[in-house]
Design a protein around this ligand. Structure first.
Ligand SMILES: Cc1cc2nc3c(=O)[nH]c(=O)nc-3n(C[C@H](O)[C@H](O)[C@H](O)COP(=O)(O)O)c2cc1C
Length: 199
């Protein structure tokens, strides 16, 4: 393993609980494997929303792109190359209003590029970023994992699988708003799993 990419998507940046767990894990994994750690914080540096102009830039053949379209594509290319270079993806994933942070959705919208990160075949779409594992640190105020309310986990797993990342482990810290005892228990369980996996 050479490179670990840590993506923080908390609105609180590095101070977010999900970012802290992701950082704890990525640092421990880097220490035990000698891999280098790259951190991208989507609060500090939010990818823009996908607009008609940006999407048109993605789908225009490279030789025909205007200068502005080239700039739009370059922003997406940078995010894709960063992920392509990583052997492991560590994602900090807070739940906001039952979904993923909007910055993370914008990030995903920049990763999903036909012919670059996925392609269509006669038997359906095939992801092109396989061969890497993802660890997702999902923090929630309430408890949702394993229930129909948890559309977030299914969505993230679906999206990562779509671009070829099928090996995904979720580590949950739930019930963080349900009192000190619940919170301590949830964080201790997440830390125990971090110690186990990163050792
Ligand atoms: C704007 C906002 C919306 C939230 N929505 C939910 C929610 O729908 N369900 C839930 O269980 N917790 C919700 N929470 C609680 C967060 O998931 C919880 O505080 C989590 O630890 C935040 O992670 P972070 O510190 O990394 O940002 C919400 C928090 C905020 C700030």
């Amino acid at each position: 393993m050479r490179t670990i990419l840590q993506i923080n998507s908390s609105l609180s940046g590095a101070n977010g609980q999900s970012s802290q767990l992701a950082a704890q894990f990525a640092a421990a994994l880097a220490a035990s494997t000698g891999a280098s750690r790259v951190v991208r914080d989507l609060a500090d540096n939010p990818p823009p929303h996908l607009t008609a102009e940006r999407f048109a830039a993605f789908t225009t053949p490279a030789a025909e792109r205007t200068l502005e379209q080239q700039r739009h594509v370059a922003e997406s290319d940078e995010l894709i190359e960063e992920l392509r270079t990583a052997d492991v993806l560590v994602l900090g994933l807070p739940m906001y209003n039952f979904g993923i942070p909007s910055t993370l959705k914008a990030y995903f919208d920049h990763l999903a590029r036909a012919g670059v990160t996925f392609r269509y075949t006669a038997s359906g779409p095939v992801g092109l970023l396989g061969g890497r594992k993802a660890y997702v640190f999902a923090t929630r105020g309430g408890r949702h994992a394993g229930t129909a309310r948890d559309m977030q986990s299914a969505y993230v797993r679906q999206f990562l699988g779509f671009i070829g990342i099928h090996d995904v482990e979720f580590i949950y810290a739930e019930g963080l708003a349900l009192g000190d005892e619940e919170r301590s228990r949830a964080l201790a369980a997440a830390t125990a799993r971090i110690d186990q996996v990163a050792a």
